[in-house]
Design a protein around this ligand. Structure first.
Ligand code: PHE
Length: 494
C-alpha cells in the first residue's frame, strides 16, 4: 500500500497568504460592520483589540503549535493524544464540513449577484427580487420539495471551482489561488473604500466608526460580541490553522506569522467597514432612511441594501456593483477552500485516499448536501444551520479543543515548539489564557448562543436542530470506528 505524499508550502509567503485568505471571508465583509455599529461604534475597538490579542491570537497559536509539532491531520493528532479522542476530531471536522455546505450556498447567491449587478437586474425593489426571484423562498419548510434551478446551478459552479482547486497539489491549488485572489481582493476593497469616501453623505457613515459610546464598555454582551467576532473572523477552532501549519517546513517562525495573519485580517475588516459605512451614509442622506435602519448584517446587507444603494448611485454603480460582489466571491472562495482542506486531509490520511480522489468524494457529498439550500425552503434551513452550527456546535467544539490542548495534552511541549521557532516568545501568560481565561469566555459565549438559538427557534427549526444533533453524534463515532487503511495512522511517529 502506498503512502500519501506529505504536502509542504513552497514558501512562508504562500502560507501567510493562504492563512489570510482563510480568515478573510463573509464575516469580515458583512458581519463586522453590524457588530461594530450595534456594540458601541468606536469604543467597540477596545474589547475587540483585547479579544484579538488575548484570546484570538492565543488560540491561533495553539493550533499552529499543534499542527506544526505533529505535522499530521486533526484526526490523527487527537488519536495520538488519547485514542478515545478521535471522535472529537471527526466531530469538529463534520461541523466544519456542514458549515461549508451552506457557506458555499451563500457564495453561490453572491455569484448570481455578480451577474445581476452588471445590469442591475434586481429592478426597483431588490428586497422582493431577492426573496421571490432569486431564492424563490417559501415561508414554511414545505418548500423543500421544489428546486430553484439558478441557485442549484450557482452552487454547482462554486463546488466545481472548489474541487478544481483542492484536487491540485497544495501549492498549485490553494497556494496559487490565494496568491492571486488575495491581492485582487485587497485592490477591490481599496477602490471601493476610496470611491465611497467621495460620495455625498459618506461622513454620516464613517464617523459612526469613530464615535465612541463609552457606556457600551460596561455591558458584558458587548465584550462577548467582540470575542464572538474574533472567533468567527479568525475561523478559530476549525482546524484550518492547525492543518495549514502542519504543511510548514521546519524552522518556520510561528508566532510572527500568527501576528501578521491576525493583524491583516482585522486590518481588512476595519478598513472595509469604512467603505461599507460611507456607502450607507450616502444612502441615508439620499433617501432620508435613518442610518440605523440600514446597518443590517448578512444577506440583508449584501443582497438587499447594497442593490438599493447601487440603484441610486448613478453610472458608477456599473463598476462598483460588480466589484463589490466579486469581493465577496473571492473572500468566500478562499475561506471555503480552507474549510475543506482540513476535512480532506483527515479523510485522506486515515483512509489512505490520494488527494485528488478525496477532493472529488468530499466535493460530491458536499454538493449533494448543499442542494437542500437550493430549494424553496433553502434560506430558511440555511438560517437554522447557521444558528445551530455556529452558536451551538462550533463553540462547544472549541471549548473541548481548549480542554484537550490546555489540560489533557502536555501543554509545555507547545510552549517549547513555539519558542524554538519564533522571535516573539510565549510563556506563563499564554498558558493561563488557554487553560483558564479562554474556556471561561467560550463558555460565556456558548451559553449566550444556546439561549438565543433555543428561545428564537420554532418547532420546525427545533426538528432540524435535533436531526443535526443526532448526525453530529453518530457520524463522528462511525468515522472513528472505521478501520484506518493507513497502517501508520495509529503510529504518529511515522
Ligand atoms: N473567517 C471566515 C469568514 O469570516 C471563514 C468562516 C466561515 C468562519 C464560516 C466561520 C464560519 O467568513
Amino acid at each position: 500500500m502506498t503512502e500519501t505524499k506529505k504536502s509542504e508550502w513552497n514558501s512562508n509567503i504562500t502560507f501567510v497568504m493562504a492563512m489570510i485568505g482563510s480568515a478573510v471571508g463573509l464575516g469580515n465583509i458583512w458581519r463586522f460592520p453590524n457588530v461594530l455599529y450595534s456594540n458601541g461604534g468606536g469604543s467597540f475597538m477596545i474589547p475587540y483589540i483585547i479579544s484579538l490579542f488575548l484570546l484570538g491570537i492565543s488560540f491561533v497559536l495553539v493550533e499552529y503549535a499543534v499542527g506544526f509539532k505533529f505535522k499530521k491531520s486533526l484526526a490523527q493528532i487527537l488519536y495520538f493524544i488519547k485514542e478515545k479522542l478521535e471522535p472529537v476530531a471527526w466531530f469538529v471536522l463534520l461541523i466544519v464540513f456542514l458549515i461549508t455546505t451552506y457557506y458555499v450556498c451563500v457564495v453561490g447567491w453572491d455569484l448570481i449577484y455578480v451577474v445581476l449587478s452588471l445590469t442591475k437586474a434586481w429592478g426597483s425593489n431588490p428586497d422582493v427580487y431577492f426573496s421571490s426571484n432569486v431564492l424563490q423562498a417559501t415561508d414554511t419548510i414545505a418548500g423543500i420539495t421544489t428546486i430553484v434551478p439558478t441557485v442549484l446551478a450557482s452552487i454547482f459552479v462554486i463546488w466545481f471551482l472548489l474541487w478544481f482547486i483542492l484536487k491540485r497539489d497544495l501549492n498549485e491549488g490553494i497556494g496559487n489561488v490565494s496568491k492571486i485572489l488575495l491581492p485582487i481582493l485587497c485592490a477591490i476593497v481599496v477602490i471601493i473604500v476610496a470611491f465611497s469616501l467621495t460620495l455625498p453623505g459618506a461622513s454620516i457613515g464613517y464617523t459612526q466608526i469613530f464615535t465612541p459610546d463609552w457606556s457600551a464598555l460596561t455591558n458584558l454582551n458587548v465584550w462577548l460580541a467582540a470575542f464572538g467576532q474574533i472567533v468567527f473572523s479568525l475561523s478559530l477552532g476549525m482546524a484550518i490553522a492547525l492543518t495549514y501549519a502542519s504543511y510548514l517546513p521546519s524552522g518556520s517562525k510561528l508566532v510572527d506569522n500568527a501576528v501578521v495573519v491576525a493583524f491583516s485580517n482585522s486590518g481588512f475588516e476595519i478598513f472595509n467597514s469604512i467603505g461599507i459605512f460611507s456607502i450607507l451614509g450616502f444612502m441615508a442622506m439620499s433617501t432620508g432612511i435613518p442610518f440605523n435602519k440600514l446597518v443590517t448584517e448578512g444577506t440583508g446587507l449584501a443582497f438587499v441594501v447594497f442593490p438599493q444603494v447601487f440603484n441610486i448611485m448613478g453610472p458608477w454603480a456599473s463598476l462598483i456593483g460588480p466589484l463589490f460582489f466579486l469581493c465577496i466571491l473571492f473572500a468566500g472562495l478562499t475561506s471555503a477552500m480552507a474549510l475543506l482542506e482540513g476535512v480532506c486531509y483527515s479523510v485522506s490520511e486515515k483512509f489512505l485516499i490520494e488527494r485528488k480522489k478525496t477532493a472529488t468524494i468530499v466535493c460530491i457529498i458536499g454538493f449533494l448536501i448543499s442542494t437542500i439550500f437550493a430549494t424553496g425552503a433553502g434560506s430558511l434551513i440555511l438560517g437554522v444551520f447557521d444558528a445551530f452550527l455556529n452558536n451551538f456546535a462550533l463553540l462547544f467544539a472549541i471549548l473541548i479543543e481548549c480542554i484537550i490542548f490546555g489540560w489533557i495534552y502536555k501543554f509545555d511541549e507547545l510552549i517549547k515548539t513555539l519558542n524554538d521557532n519564533s522571535r516573539i516568545k510565549v510563556g506563563k501568560t499564554w498558558k493561563a489564557v488557554i487553560k483558564y481565561i479562554l474556556p471561561i469566555c467560550i463558555l460565556g459565549l456558548w451559553i449566550q448562543g444556546v439561549y438565543s438559538t433555543i428561545t428564537t427557534a420554532d418547532s420546525s427549526s427545533l426538528t432540524i436542530m435535533a436531526i443535526l444533533s443526532v448526525i453530529l453524534i453518530v457520524v463522528p463515532i462511525v468515522f472513528a470506528k472505521l478501520p484506518a487503511r493507513n497502517k501508520n495512522f495509529f503510529n504518529p511517529e511515522n
